[in-house]
Design a protein around this ligand. Structure first.
Ligand code: NAP
Length: 248
């Protein structure tokens, strides 16, 4: 698909990678609608990007957002399923100092699944519904993570991101007859507000473990997202963009 023809929804696009994707799409001549829970940051998006409050974990919110975005742009043909959160912690943890044993709470587990997996699924469903009803073709780009291979302290996040990569195949098979392609991009560690809290020692250790010698930037991931949108023979696969680091 030519970027100038794109009418894209970007979830979680008020900051970080999603904002970068939205800005790159706009610069390429595409139409873009961004949804995010952070309405203050939405207000700071550049002119030309339509935006509205969206909580992807709220089914009705997703339904009305997709209808609104289609109206704003005169249709839809790209969904970037980008909204995500982390709530890291060990499933069972024993404190070295006190010996106390604690466990990941149900809320910690469910909140991450609700946003990263259920939310992305609501968005994919509503987007596909809209396109199938309109008889239009399109592309879904799921933002997974290399954490999907397994990552200590991220039971909740790993489960969501692995399921998203697996359902990239499911949705590819279900939607291919309607001309809807589905691809996923799995970033390694990327410089965004999500990762800014990391302490310097941990950051230095991480950089040493990345063969290409640096943490990624949103533009690295945009290159892969752009490929998924543009390549009409790509569907059902997940592209790791991680500086060669892998995980597991
Ligand atoms: P980010 O800087 O935290 O941006 C994510 C945006 O999504 C934030 O504006 C966030 O709002 C919003 N959001 C959170 N919950 C939402 C919801 N329920 N509905 C709608 N929007 C919601 O994150 P990022 O680093 O750009 O990450 C983008 C995607 O890449 C995520 O799916 C993430 O899991 C994935 N990823 C990131 C990395 C990395 O190293 N950064 C690596 C692999 C994969 P709040 O700030 O208010 O929560």
């Amino acid at each position: 698909m030519d970027l100038t023809q794109v009418k894209a929804i970007v979830t979680g696009g008020a900051q970080g990678m999603g904002r970068h994707f939205a800005e790159q799409l706009l610069a390429a001549g595409a139409k873009v609608a961004v949804g995010d829970v952070d309405t203050d940051k939405l207000a700071e998006l550049p002119e030309g990007i339509a935006s509205r409050k969206l909580d992807v974990s709220d089914e009705q919110d997703v339904e009305s957002f997709v209808a609104w975005a289609a109206e704003q742009m005169g249709g839809l043909n790209v969904l970037i399923n980008n909204a995500g959160i982390i709530r890291d912690g060990l499933l069972v943890r024993k404190s070295r100092s006190t010996g106390e044993i604690t466990k990941m709470s149900a809320a910690q587990l469910r909140s991450v699944l609700d946003v990263n997996l259920v939310g992305a699924t609501f968005a994919a469903r509503e987007f596909a519904m809209n396109l199938i009803q309109a008889g239009e073709k399109g592309v879904i780009v799921n933002i997974s993570s290399i954490a999907r291979h397994g990552s200590r302290g991220q039971t909740n996040y790993v489960a969501a991101k692995a399921a998203l990569a697996a359902n990239t195949v499911t949705w590819m098979r279900e939607f291919a007859p309607f001309g809807i392609r589905v691809g996923a991009v799995a970033p390694g560690m990327i410089e965004t507000p999500m990762t800014q809290g990391m302490n310097q020692a941990a950051r230095d250790r991480l950089v040493q473990s990345i063969p290409l010698g640096r943490i990624g930037v949103p533009e690295d991931i945009w290159r892969a997202v752009q490929f998924v949108i543009e390549c009409d023979y790509f569907s059902g696969r997940t592209i790791d963009v991680d500086g060669g680091s892998g995980m597991g």
